[in-house]
Design a protein around this ligand. Structure first.
Ligand code: CU
Length: 145
């Protein structure tokens, strides 16, 4: 029984730390803090730096709400330090907002999407808009690896 108490004592600050990193969790009643935070536990419209990006769908996972896409170079991409840099062509997986219907997209589809990046957010990069491009759209993946 004593060991249980010890483990609990260690885990409480750990859990508090984890929750703090996520910007407040559902278990906020215990702390009793009166912070007027706007953050909600339910999904809200992501805010942050917004980029219009083109790419080709690698996979559209409707169950997970994630799009894997090979994207063109994103110019003037603001990195975590606040400095503008380029994000070269690469394959990445992004969560999409609920309003985006992934079922219309399949591997090989040319797309344009709006990527909202917020380095403070739990989900750093989220696709908020997604539209198909004509199949003959020529995409430039030359800046990649
Ligand atoms: Cu990328």
């Amino acid at each position: 029984m004593k060991s249980v108490v010890q483990i609990t004592g260690l885990m409480v600050p750990l859990i508090a730390l984890l929750l703090g990193c996520q910007g407040g969790g559902a278990d906020s009643g215990k702390a009793g803090s009166a912070q007027p935070k706007q953050e909600a536990t339910q999904p809200t419209a992501p805010t942050g730096d917004s980029y219009s990006v083109r790419g080709k769908v690698v996979a559209a996972d409707t169950d997970r709400g994630e799009l894997t896409v090979r994207h063109e170079t994103i110019h003037n991409f603001i990195g975590p330090t606040g400095a503008a840099e380029e994000m070269h062509t690469m394959e990445m997986t992004f969560p999409v907002v609920d309003a985006v219907d992934l079922s219309a997209f399949e591997a090989g589809s040319a797309v344009r999407f709006t990527l909202v990046v917020n380095w403070q957010a739990r989900k750093t990069a989220v696709i908020t808009e997604l539209e198909g491009l004509p199949a003959e759209t020529e995409l430039d993946f030359s800046g990649g690896h």
